[in-house]
Design a binder for this molecule. Structure first.
Ligand code: FPP
Length: 262
């Protein structure tokens, strides 16, 4: 059953196409958790004869739009891949630029995110970030910690393999300390030692820019996630694209390894 949900939004901001898409979204069956690999900033800029930094700046705008839409729709968790453990290998000026962009994004957006009841959270090795971005992230987490709306996970210095390795280390330590038996290690315990402890696994993974890879993102959590891939570069990603992804998701049959429901 499709429900008309456009009443949730102020009319002025909605293009005709978006309104049509909104009508096709079943608000009662939204993905609880959407994960996004925000890819293609560099290529988008280079195709315009511009430096890669130009693409990252445009990518922030796309992020802003997507966060707003998820918050308005009532999605519970949005996880955005902003910086991977492998991204440290990029030239120092690009790394610094991305870190500055993160500080700027949080400085500019924190009030608005707070007003919209968004809770900011970080997934990854925060201690590896330089002081200024680390402080900005910790402050954003602290200031929004009591908010009950959208949880915005920003994956920073994040790697799925590192996340699992750290969970294994924590569990091994518990066994060593005699807190648990080896036979008590199960999927629930492992899930509780990941950065996403207590959150639902992503229902929908969006990867723009035409690459078909997981790129070390949420390796454990994506076990039964539905993928939505697109050739659009992240800076061109609009609210309409996310609505299309949600509509496609709602048409899928999720069996989680079981059989079709009769
Ligand atoms: C991948 O595109 C994107 C990144 C490594 C950075 C993502 C960052 C943003 C969208 C903006 C910053 C957001 C915050 C919160 C700071 P790429 O550079 O690998 O693009 P390419 O594959 O075309 O080279």
């Amino acid at each position: 059953m499709f429900k008309r949900i456009t009443g949730l939004f102020s009319k002025e901001r909605i293009s005709e196409n978006e309104e049509t898409l909104l009508q096709a979204v079943d608000i009662s069956r939204l993905p609880n958790h959407i994960a996004i690999i925000m890819d293609g900033n560099g290529r988008w800029a280079q195709r315009r004869g511009m430096p890669r930094s130009f693409g990252h700046k445009a990518g922030v705008e796309a992020l802003r739009n997507v966060v707003k839409l998820c918050s308005e729709l009532g999605v519970k968790v949005l996880t955005c891949y902003a910086f991977s453990t492998e991204n440290w290998k990029r030239p120092q000026d690009e790394v610094s630029m991305l870190m500055d962009l993160l500080v700027e994004y949080l400085d500019k957006e924190l009030k608005e995110l707070h007003r919209n009841n968004v809770r900011i959270n970080a997934l990854g090795q925060l201690n590896e970030l330089p002081q200024a971005p680390k402080d900005a992230v910790l402050r954003a987490i602290e200031e929004t910690k009591d908010n009950s709306g959208l949880i915005l996970n920003i994956a920073l210095s994040y790697g799925g393999r590192t996340e699992i390795t750290m969970a294994v280390q924590k569990i091994a330590q518990m066994v060593k300390d005699g807190e648990i038996e080896v036979s008590e290690i199960n999927e629930k315990l492992i899930g509780n030692k990941l950065y996403t402890a207590g959150m639902p696994d992503p229902d929908l993974l969006v990867r723009p820019s035409g690459d078909y890879r997981i790129s070390n993102f949420l390796l454990w959590q994506l076990a039964y996630t539905e993928f939505w891939l697109s050739n659009v570069m992240w800076p061109d990603f609009k609210r309409e694209h996310l609505l299309k992804a949600i509509i496609d998701y709602q048409r899928r049959e999720r069996r989680f390894g079981g059989l079709k429901k009769k």
